[in-house]
Write a protein that binds this ligand. Structure first.
Ligand code: SAM
Length: 274
Protein backbone atom coordinates (compact mmCIF):
# COMPACT_ATOMS: atom_id res chain seq x y z
CA UNK A 1 0.00 0.00 0.00
CA UNK A 2 1.38 3.44 -0.87
CA UNK A 3 1.84 6.02 1.88
CA UNK A 4 -1.14 8.01 0.57
CA UNK A 5 -3.38 4.94 0.47
CA UNK A 6 -2.58 4.23 4.12
CA UNK A 7 -3.24 7.80 5.28
CA UNK A 8 -6.33 7.96 7.53
CA UNK A 9 -9.13 10.03 5.96
CA UNK A 10 -9.21 12.13 9.09
CA UNK A 11 -5.65 13.26 8.22
CA UNK A 12 -6.58 13.90 4.56
CA UNK A 13 -9.40 16.13 5.78
CA UNK A 14 -7.13 17.95 8.24
CA UNK A 15 -4.32 18.36 5.68
CA UNK A 16 -6.72 20.02 3.21
CA UNK A 17 -8.69 21.98 5.83
CA UNK A 18 -12.00 20.35 4.87
CA UNK A 19 -14.19 21.23 7.83
CA UNK A 20 -17.61 19.86 6.95
CA UNK A 21 -19.93 22.59 5.64
CA UNK A 22 -23.52 22.24 6.81
CA UNK A 23 -24.81 24.24 3.83
CA UNK A 24 -23.48 21.51 1.49
CA UNK A 25 -24.89 18.68 3.58
CA UNK A 26 -21.43 17.43 4.34
CA UNK A 27 -21.28 14.41 6.61
CA UNK A 28 -18.19 12.43 5.77
CA UNK A 29 -17.65 8.70 6.23
CA UNK A 30 -14.14 7.92 7.42
CA UNK A 31 -14.31 4.19 8.12
CA UNK A 32 -12.58 2.45 5.23
CA UNK A 33 -14.21 -0.92 5.97
CA UNK A 34 -17.65 0.61 5.79
CA UNK A 35 -16.71 2.46 2.58
CA UNK A 36 -15.48 -0.82 1.05
CA UNK A 37 -18.80 -2.47 1.98
CA UNK A 38 -20.72 0.34 0.27
CA UNK A 39 -18.48 0.12 -2.81
CA UNK A 40 -19.22 -3.63 -3.00
CA UNK A 41 -23.01 -3.11 -3.23
CA UNK A 42 -23.19 -2.59 -7.04
CA UNK A 43 -21.37 -5.93 -7.57
CA UNK A 44 -18.08 -6.60 -9.35
CA UNK A 45 -16.71 -3.24 -10.46
CA UNK A 46 -13.59 -4.46 -12.26
CA UNK A 47 -13.27 -2.16 -15.28
CA UNK A 48 -16.83 -0.87 -14.74
CA UNK A 49 -17.82 2.77 -15.26
CA UNK A 50 -19.04 4.50 -12.09
CA UNK A 51 -20.58 7.95 -11.76
CA UNK A 52 -20.06 9.23 -8.23
CA UNK A 53 -21.88 12.31 -7.04
CA UNK A 54 -20.51 14.24 -4.08
CA UNK A 55 -17.13 12.54 -3.49
CA UNK A 56 -16.10 15.12 -0.84
CA UNK A 57 -12.64 14.22 0.49
CA UNK A 58 -12.73 11.02 -1.60
CA UNK A 59 -13.20 8.18 0.89
CA UNK A 60 -15.88 6.37 -1.13
CA UNK A 61 -14.08 7.33 -4.34
CA UNK A 62 -10.96 5.50 -3.21
CA UNK A 63 -13.03 2.46 -2.21
CA UNK A 64 -14.62 2.41 -5.69
CA UNK A 65 -11.21 2.74 -7.36
CA UNK A 66 -9.81 -0.05 -5.18
CA UNK A 67 -12.75 -2.19 -6.33
CA UNK A 68 -11.47 -1.69 -9.90
CA UNK A 69 -13.95 0.93 -11.14
CA UNK A 70 -13.34 3.73 -13.65
CA UNK A 71 -14.82 6.70 -11.82
CA UNK A 72 -16.20 10.02 -12.97
CA UNK A 73 -16.95 12.11 -9.86
CA UNK A 74 -18.88 15.39 -9.62
CA UNK A 75 -18.17 17.61 -6.63
CA UNK A 76 -19.56 21.04 -5.95
CA UNK A 77 -17.21 22.09 -3.17
CA UNK A 78 -13.97 23.47 -4.65
CA UNK A 79 -12.21 22.95 -1.32
CA UNK A 80 -12.34 19.19 -1.96
CA UNK A 81 -10.65 19.39 -5.36
CA UNK A 82 -6.99 19.24 -4.17
CA UNK A 83 -7.67 16.04 -2.18
CA UNK A 84 -9.45 14.56 -5.20
CA UNK A 85 -6.58 15.66 -7.50
CA UNK A 86 -4.23 13.55 -5.36
CA UNK A 87 -6.46 10.55 -5.97
CA UNK A 88 -6.57 11.37 -9.68
CA UNK A 89 -2.78 11.17 -9.91
CA UNK A 90 -2.53 8.12 -7.65
CA UNK A 91 -5.07 6.20 -9.78
CA UNK A 92 -3.87 7.59 -13.09
CA UNK A 93 -6.45 7.35 -15.89
CA UNK A 94 -9.06 5.73 -13.61
CA UNK A 95 -10.60 8.87 -12.08
CA UNK A 96 -11.92 12.07 -13.63
CA UNK A 97 -13.22 14.78 -11.32
CA UNK A 98 -15.71 17.37 -12.52
CA UNK A 99 -16.25 20.50 -10.46
CA UNK A 100 -19.90 21.48 -10.51
CA UNK A 101 -23.44 21.06 -9.28
CA UNK A 102 -24.72 17.57 -10.09
CA UNK A 103 -28.22 19.01 -10.51
CA UNK A 104 -26.94 21.01 -13.48
CA UNK A 105 -24.76 18.34 -15.07
CA UNK A 106 -26.01 15.74 -17.54
CA UNK A 107 -24.44 12.59 -16.10
CA UNK A 108 -25.23 10.55 -19.17
CA UNK A 109 -22.93 12.64 -21.35
CA UNK A 110 -20.05 12.43 -18.84
CA UNK A 111 -19.79 8.71 -18.30
CA UNK A 112 -19.83 5.49 -20.34
CA UNK A 113 -23.17 3.80 -21.04
CA UNK A 114 -24.19 1.30 -18.37
CA UNK A 115 -22.51 3.16 -15.52
CA UNK A 116 -23.26 2.37 -11.91
CA UNK A 117 -24.25 5.48 -10.01
CA UNK A 118 -23.04 5.80 -6.43
CA UNK A 119 -23.72 8.75 -4.15
CA UNK A 120 -23.80 9.90 -0.56
CA UNK A 121 -25.58 13.23 -0.90
CA UNK A 122 -27.63 15.70 1.10
CA UNK A 123 -31.08 14.18 0.98
CA UNK A 124 -32.79 16.98 -1.00
CA UNK A 125 -30.18 16.78 -3.76
CA UNK A 126 -30.29 12.98 -3.62
CA UNK A 127 -34.07 12.84 -3.95
CA UNK A 128 -34.11 15.31 -6.87
CA UNK A 129 -31.44 13.31 -8.70
CA UNK A 130 -33.18 10.02 -7.90
CA UNK A 131 -36.42 11.25 -9.46
CA UNK A 132 -34.51 12.43 -12.52
CA UNK A 133 -32.71 9.08 -12.91
CA UNK A 134 -35.93 7.11 -12.39
CA UNK A 135 -37.75 9.34 -14.87
CA UNK A 136 -35.37 8.60 -17.75
CA UNK A 137 -37.22 8.68 -21.10
CA UNK A 138 -35.63 5.50 -22.42
CA UNK A 139 -35.76 2.22 -20.51
CA UNK A 140 -33.55 0.47 -19.62
CA UNK A 141 -31.92 3.79 -18.73
CA UNK A 142 -28.30 4.83 -19.35
CA UNK A 143 -27.33 3.74 -15.83
CA UNK A 144 -27.06 0.15 -14.71
CA UNK A 145 -27.71 0.57 -10.98
CA UNK A 146 -28.09 3.19 -8.27
CA UNK A 147 -26.42 2.85 -4.86
CA UNK A 148 -27.52 5.82 -2.83
CA UNK A 149 -27.29 6.89 0.80
CA UNK A 150 -30.42 8.52 2.21
CA UNK A 151 -31.92 9.35 5.55
CA UNK A 152 -33.54 6.10 6.72
CA UNK A 153 -37.01 7.68 6.42
CA UNK A 154 -36.45 8.55 2.74
CA UNK A 155 -35.08 5.04 2.09
CA UNK A 156 -38.27 3.63 3.61
CA UNK A 157 -40.36 5.78 1.28
CA UNK A 158 -38.48 4.39 -1.71
CA UNK A 159 -39.14 0.74 -0.84
CA UNK A 160 -42.56 1.11 0.85
CA UNK A 161 -45.52 -1.16 0.08
CA UNK A 162 -49.12 0.04 -0.40
CA UNK A 163 -51.18 0.80 2.71
CA UNK A 164 -48.10 1.71 4.69
CA UNK A 165 -47.21 5.03 6.22
CA UNK A 166 -44.29 5.67 3.86
CA UNK A 167 -45.92 4.60 0.58
CA UNK A 168 -46.20 7.41 -1.94
CA UNK A 169 -45.03 8.91 -5.19
CA UNK A 170 -41.39 8.04 -4.56
CA UNK A 171 -42.29 4.36 -3.92
CA UNK A 172 -44.21 4.03 -7.19
CA UNK A 173 -41.50 5.91 -9.14
CA UNK A 174 -38.86 3.55 -7.73
CA UNK A 175 -40.82 0.33 -8.15
CA UNK A 176 -42.81 0.41 -11.38
CA UNK A 177 -39.81 -0.49 -13.56
CA UNK A 178 -37.02 -1.03 -11.03
CA UNK A 179 -36.24 -3.21 -8.07
CA UNK A 180 -35.46 -1.19 -4.97
CA UNK A 181 -34.16 -2.49 -1.66
CA UNK A 182 -32.53 -1.19 1.49
CA UNK A 183 -29.15 -2.87 1.70
CA UNK A 184 -27.80 -1.52 4.97
CA UNK A 185 -28.53 0.90 7.74
CA UNK A 186 -25.75 3.28 8.65
CA UNK A 187 -25.73 4.63 12.20
CA UNK A 188 -25.27 8.37 12.67
CA UNK A 189 -21.98 7.75 14.47
CA UNK A 190 -20.43 6.54 11.19
CA UNK A 191 -20.42 10.13 9.89
CA UNK A 192 -18.32 13.17 10.76
CA UNK A 193 -20.11 15.22 11.91
CA UNK A 194 -22.98 12.85 12.82
CA UNK A 195 -26.30 13.80 11.23
CA UNK A 196 -29.47 13.90 13.37
CA UNK A 197 -30.94 10.64 12.06
CA UNK A 198 -30.00 7.13 10.93
CA UNK A 199 -29.12 6.69 7.26
CA UNK A 200 -29.59 3.77 4.90
CA UNK A 201 -28.13 2.70 1.58
CA UNK A 202 -30.64 1.87 -1.12
CA UNK A 203 -29.85 -0.21 -4.20
CA UNK A 204 -32.02 0.22 -7.27
CA UNK A 205 -31.73 -1.79 -10.49
CA UNK A 206 -33.89 -1.35 -13.59
CA UNK A 207 -36.18 -4.21 -14.67
CA UNK A 208 -38.15 -4.58 -17.90
CA UNK A 209 -40.68 -1.74 -18.15
CA UNK A 210 -44.34 -2.68 -18.49
CA UNK A 211 -45.47 -2.04 -22.06
CA UNK A 212 -47.97 0.46 -23.41
CA UNK A 213 -47.53 3.44 -21.08
CA UNK A 214 -45.49 6.58 -20.98
CA UNK A 215 -43.31 7.55 -18.04
CA UNK A 216 -44.61 11.11 -18.27
CA UNK A 217 -48.21 9.95 -17.80
CA UNK A 218 -47.13 7.76 -14.89
CA UNK A 219 -45.63 10.85 -13.24
CA UNK A 220 -48.80 12.86 -13.85
CA UNK A 221 -51.03 10.16 -12.39
CA UNK A 222 -48.97 9.65 -9.24
CA UNK A 223 -48.44 13.40 -8.77
CA UNK A 224 -52.21 13.95 -8.90
CA UNK A 225 -53.11 10.94 -6.74
CA UNK A 226 -50.55 11.54 -3.99
CA UNK A 227 -50.77 15.33 -4.23
CA UNK A 228 -53.93 14.93 -2.17
CA UNK A 229 -53.26 11.58 -0.53
CA UNK A 230 -55.93 11.96 2.16
CA UNK A 231 -58.62 12.55 -0.46
CA UNK A 232 -60.56 9.93 -2.40
CA UNK A 233 -59.32 9.23 -5.93
CA UNK A 234 -62.48 10.69 -7.43
CA UNK A 235 -61.40 14.01 -5.95
CA UNK A 236 -57.64 13.86 -6.42
CA UNK A 237 -57.81 12.60 -10.03
CA UNK A 238 -60.65 14.91 -11.07
CA UNK A 239 -58.31 17.31 -12.87
CA UNK A 240 -56.70 14.58 -15.00
CA UNK A 241 -58.69 14.19 -18.22
CA UNK A 242 -60.09 10.68 -18.63
CA UNK A 243 -58.87 9.46 -15.23
CA UNK A 244 -62.28 8.87 -13.63
CA UNK A 245 -63.49 6.92 -16.69
CA UNK A 246 -60.25 4.90 -16.59
CA UNK A 247 -60.86 4.02 -12.92
CA UNK A 248 -64.32 2.84 -13.91
CA UNK A 249 -63.01 0.68 -16.78
CA UNK A 250 -60.42 -0.86 -14.45
CA UNK A 251 -63.00 -1.53 -11.74
CA UNK A 252 -61.10 0.59 -9.20
CA UNK A 253 -63.45 2.11 -6.62
CA UNK A 254 -63.11 5.93 -6.90
CA UNK A 255 -63.72 6.16 -3.17
CA UNK A 256 -60.35 4.56 -2.48
CA UNK A 257 -57.36 6.66 -1.54
CA UNK A 258 -54.01 6.87 -3.32
CA UNK A 259 -52.08 4.84 -0.77
CA UNK A 260 -54.35 1.78 -1.22
CA UNK A 261 -53.48 1.29 -4.90
CA UNK A 262 -50.61 -1.05 -5.70
CA UNK A 263 -47.86 -0.29 -8.20
CA UNK A 264 -49.64 -2.54 -10.75
CA UNK A 265 -52.82 -0.43 -10.34
CA UNK A 266 -50.85 2.72 -11.17
CA UNK A 267 -49.34 1.00 -14.18
CA UNK A 268 -52.84 0.00 -15.39
CA UNK A 269 -54.16 3.51 -14.81
CA UNK A 270 -51.25 5.17 -16.63
CA UNK A 271 -51.65 2.69 -19.49
CA UNK A 272 -55.32 3.62 -19.86
CA UNK A 273 -54.31 7.30 -20.06
CA UNK A 274 -51.26 6.93 -22.31
N1 SAM B 1 -18.83 10.95 -0.49
C1 SAM B 1 -18.30 11.55 0.73
C2 SAM B 1 -18.44 10.57 1.86
O1 SAM B 1 -19.19 9.60 1.71
O2 SAM B 1 -17.82 10.79 2.91
C3 SAM B 1 -19.00 12.87 1.04
C4 SAM B 1 -20.45 12.79 1.35
S1 SAM B 1 -21.19 14.28 1.90
C5 SAM B 1 -22.63 13.64 2.67
C6 SAM B 1 -21.95 14.99 0.46
C7 SAM B 1 -21.00 15.55 -0.58
O3 SAM B 1 -21.79 16.01 -1.69
C8 SAM B 1 -20.20 16.73 -0.12
O4 SAM B 1 -18.86 16.60 -0.50
C9 SAM B 1 -20.85 17.93 -0.82
O5 SAM B 1 -19.95 18.99 -1.08
C10 SAM B 1 -21.33 17.28 -2.11
N2 SAM B 1 -22.48 17.96 -2.75
C11 SAM B 1 -23.54 18.53 -2.14
N3 SAM B 1 -24.40 19.01 -3.04
C12 SAM B 1 -23.88 18.71 -4.27
C13 SAM B 1 -24.30 18.94 -5.60
N4 SAM B 1 -25.44 19.58 -5.86
N5 SAM B 1 -23.52 18.50 -6.60
C14 SAM B 1 -22.35 17.85 -6.35
N6 SAM B 1 -21.90 17.60 -5.10
C15 SAM B 1 -22.65 18.03 -4.08
Amino acid sequence: MSERAAEPLRDVIARHGLQAAKSLGQNFILDRQLLARIAAIPGDLTGAPVYEVGPGPGGLTRALLDAGANVVAVERDRRCLPALAELESEYSGKLRVIEGDALEIDGQSEVAEGAHIVANLPYNVGTALLLRWLGDESWPPWWRSLTLMFQREVAERIVAAPNSEHYGRLSVAAQWRSEARIVMNVHRSAFVPPPKVTSAVVHIAPIAAPKGLSGKVMEQVTAAAFGQRRKMLRQSLKGLPGALEALDRLGIDPQRRAETLGVADYVALARELS
